[in-house]
Design a protein around this ligand. Structure first.
Ligand SMILES: *[C@@H]1O[C@H](CO)[C@@H](O)[C@H](O)[C@H]1NC(C)=O
Ligand SMILES: *[C@@H]1O[C@H](CO)[C@@H](O)[C@H](O)[C@H]1NC(C)=O
Ligand SMILES: *[C@@H]1O[C@H](CO)[C@@H](O)[C@H](O)[C@H]1NC(C)=O
Ligand SMILES: *[C@@H]1O[C@H](CO)[C@@H](O)[C@H](O)[C@H]1NC(C)=O
Ligand SMILES: *[C@@H]1O[C@H](CO)[C@@H](O)[C@H](O)[C@H]1NC(C)=O
Ligand SMILES: *[C@@H]1O[C@H](CO)[C@@H](O)[C@H](O)[C@H]1NC(C)=O
Ligand SMILES: *[C@@H]1O[C@H](CO)[C@@H](O)[C@H](O)[C@H]1NC(C)=O
Ligand SMILES: *[C@@H]1O[C@H](CO)[C@@H](O)[C@H](O)[C@H]1NC(C)=O
Ligand SMILES: *[C@@H]1O[C@H](CO)[C@@H](O)[C@H](O)[C@H]1NC(C)=O
Ligand SMILES: *[C@@H]1O[C@H](CO)[C@@H](O)[C@H](O)[C@H]1NC(C)=O
Ligand SMILES: *[C@@H]1O[C@H](CO)[C@@H](O)[C@H](O)[C@H]1NC(C)=O
Ligand SMILES: *[C@@H]1O[C@H](CO)[C@@H](O)[C@H](O)[C@H]1NC(C)=O
Length: 564
């Protein structure tokens, strides 16, 4: 029988703050991990400004969830803040269990102020680094943390065992109240101001004012190898990351092992995770780690570099650290060649089960647009769409509507292709940027294999878009620049060892093809993980029907599911 064990995450993080040896607070026999998440507002000071932010247990970033593959995790979220809240366990498959997935109004109604909800899920067939974040409005700006899933007891990593490991959460910081800024911007129909800083573990590092004391540092011992679990929790920026003087060996992305390769810098989109091995074998000194955006079109982004310090044992804090060489912000070539190197490990123990036969082909265009808004500053508001549909959020959870067969909440007629064929990535289209809107889902029969091509367009502008699918991993079988050609491009697909992940960047003015098998019944959100675009409607959901077998239907909802 499973024993119950309760962790108090605060003390765990405090402990892990001291680097030096692998210490994971995991009881080998425990199969149930319990956490208490108190949503609290706390004053936090950064860049010479103090402001109240929403936190979990008063921590920023929030506590790490530790589990082992096969564990059951219970997280009781109690909301002491004035905002509605819901938490998404990003990348966990939640087999038949959308009730614990978390996106507000998709799989649940929010946890209202003063209420609690226990997310109850099993970690099945996954191990590696994932993360959790608020999935309502822009609250994930400060409400996020890591999920570390250790392999089953006695199962080693398929790479050299690290001496120690460290989580690095990359984020963005605003000096103003983010929720307020977004509300104001929406009233105007404009984007809100971009962030004032990037952060590593909530800290911008000494290149920012008043930030000496807000710098994350990790100590390393010469000759030892470290596992860094890197998470991009930024709202709107794809990031380059590098460590001065040290190469990194990529071993895992989105909790899936990869064929290892060595690189001086990596690229990580919002929502993605990347595990790297770093060997501390350089001249003992202090080295900066740095993170800064990748943006290959002239769209203003917060391009400031966040830094943290990798410090060899015995080196005094007074030594000035060396800065890393990050690729230039517009380095499309680096981004493309880096992505080309990502391959699934694909061994008998960790196979890449790519669907070879496709039951259903989907082709979705990604567009920015402009709709009339009489009350807005220019009489228009910026918007975004998939297949020209701007998604409208419902007022009750879509999963409830599906499970209880409540009519009138959504339509299951999301089109498999765009309403009109045009030169998607040709000259910029700046006229007739209107979209249609609706709460429209795509209905998928149980266990069908799906191929989805996500095509960027030049409606207003081309841009790179990181797409996240809930409830599944998918295989990234192809990618290209320009318009997808169904006659020629599939011949180049990698069906052997493509990267398997839950979030993928669609290249600027290009396309990405993914495949997955719809074997997880429920309602599963799919959206651009740039929060700006999600809030503009760049999202939709799949409603995957139940199968006929005993384990092929959505589980009944938990008793404490928040009411609407
Ligand atoms: C938070 O900081 C602000 C600005 O310094 C201050 O006005 C406010 O009283 C503080 N709130 C709490 C709860 O400490
Ligand atoms: C969740 O936490 C709240 C606040 O501590 C408590 O009242 C509630 O009983 C807890 N729920 C469960 C299922 O433990
Ligand atoms: C998790 O696994 C346990 C033990 O097999 C099972 O009783 C429980 O129903 C599962 N929970 C979910 C949400 O699948
Ligand atoms: C890092 O890799 C590059 C190219 O792969 C190589 O030229 C360089 O010597 C390596 N640097 C270190 C510190 O290993
Ligand atoms: C960052 O943005 C600022 C203002 O938009 C610009 O002046 C600066 O050149 C940019 N820096 C880089 C490295 O792109
Ligand atoms: C990238 O930006 C730099 C500096 O603004 C510019 O000189 C260079 O031409 C750009 N490269 C590309 C490929 O656009
Ligand atoms: C709206 O008006 C503002 C202020 O005049 C201007 O800067 C902005 O470019 C306009 N935006 C659009 C989308 O037309
Ligand atoms: C699409 O537009 C691009 C750029 O303007 C152009 O080079 C290409 O020939 C166009 N393709 C078609 C099929 O018209
Ligand atoms: C999108 O829909 C709007 C409203 O129906 C229409 O005016 C516009 O032409 C459509 N755009 C595209 C690219 O299909
Ligand atoms: C789904 O379909 C695949 C391919 O036909 C089959 O191998 C697998 O057993 C099916 N899974 C379920 C749960 O029916
Ligand atoms: C259904 O799931 C249960 C528990 O996860 C398992 O014991 C059982 O073998 C499964 N049944 C089938 C037919 O797959
Ligand atoms: C909070 O959620 C409830 C339930 O969905 C809803 O009625 C209420 O309007 C929400 N409040 C805000 C401020 O969004």
């Amino acid at each position: 029988m499973a024993r119950q064990c309760t962790f108090y995450s605060g003390s765990i993080l405090l402990f892990l703050g001291f680097i030096g040896f692998v210490f994971l607070p995991i009881d080998a026999e425990a199969a149930v991990k319990k956490y208490q998440f108190d949503i609290q507002v706390k004053n936090v000071s950064r860049l010479c400004h103090a402001k109240p932010i929403v936190t979990v247990n008063g921590m920023f970033p929030g506590p790490t969830i530790y589990a082992r593959e096969g564990d059951r995790v219970l997280v009781n979220v109690t909301n002491y803040a004035q905002y509605n809240m819901s938490i998404h366990w990003h990348g966990l498959k939640q087999f038949r269990n959308g009730w614990a997935d978390g996106p507000a109004y998709i799989t649940q109604c929010p946890i209202k102020s003063g209420n609690s909800y226990t997310y109850d899920f099993n970690v099945t067939g996954q191990r590696g680094t994932l993360w959790w974040h608020a999935h309502i409005f822009w609250l994930r700006a400060t409400v996020y943390g890591a999920i570390v899933i250790m392999p089953k007891e006695g199962t080693p990593f398929p790479f050299p065992q690290p001496y120690s490991e460290v989580n690095l959460l990359l984020g963005e910081w605003w000096n103003t109240d983010v929720e307020e800024a977004v509300k104001q911007a929406n009233k105007l129909g404009m984007p809100p101001a971009m962030s004032d800083a990037h952060t590593i573990n909530g800290k911008p590092g000494p290149l920012f004012p008043c930030s000496e004391k807000h710098t994350f540092a990790m100590e390393v011992e010469w000759g030892k190898t470290y596992l860094l679990r890197i998470i991009n929790a930024a709202l709107n920026d794809e990031l380059f990351f590098a460590i001065a003087g040290h190469n990194m060996t990529i071993v895992e992305i989105d909790a899936v092992y990869t064929k290892p390769f060595t690189t001086q810098a990596l690229l990580i989109a919002p929502g993605q995770t990347t595990n790297v091995l770093v060997r501390a074998d350089r001249t003992p000194a202090r080295y900066f780690m740095g993170a800064r955006p990748f943006m290959d079109v002239p769209i203003p982004v917060d391009n400031k570099t966040a830094t943290a310090i990798l410090q060899y044992k015995g080196i005094p804090n007074t030594v000035t650290p060396i800065l890393p060489q990050l690729p230039p912000p517009n380095d499309t070539e680096f981004a493309s060649s880096y992505n080309d190197k990502l391959r699934s490990l694909n061994t008998p123990t960790f196979p890449a089960n790519v669907p070879i036969k496709v039951d259903r082909h989907l082709f979705y265009t990604i567009g920015l647009g402009q709709n009339p808004c009489p009350s807005c500053l220019n009489g228009t508001q910026l918007t975004a769409s998939l297949n020209n549909i701007t998604f409208v959020m419902p007022r009750i959870g879509l999963l409830q509507a599906h499970y209880f067969n409540i009519k009138g909440v959504f339509r299951a007629d999301f089109p498999d292709r765009p309403p009109a064929v045009f030169n998607y990535t040709g000259a910029p289209l700046t006229a007739n940027l209107g979209t249609s809107s609706g709460t429209r889902l795509s209905r998928v029969a149980f266990n069908k294999s799906i191929e989805l091509v996500l095509q960027d367009t030049n409606l207003l502008t081309v841009e790179s878009h990181p797409f996240h699918l809930h409830g599944y991993n998918f295989f990234v079988v192809g990618r290209g620049i320009g318009n997808f050609d169904p006659a020629k491009d599939p011949a180049m697909f990698n069906l052997v060892d493509p990267p398997e992940r839950n979030t993928i960047g669609v290249p600027t003015g290009g396309w990405t093809a993914i495949r997955f098998r719809a074997d997880n019944p429920g309602v599963w959100f799919m959206h651009c993980h740039l929060e700006l675009h999600t809030s503009w409607g760049l999202k939709m959901a799949f409603v995957v029907e139940d199968g006929k077998g005993p384990n092929q239907s959505v589980l009944p909802p938990p008793k404490d599911l928040p009411p609407c």
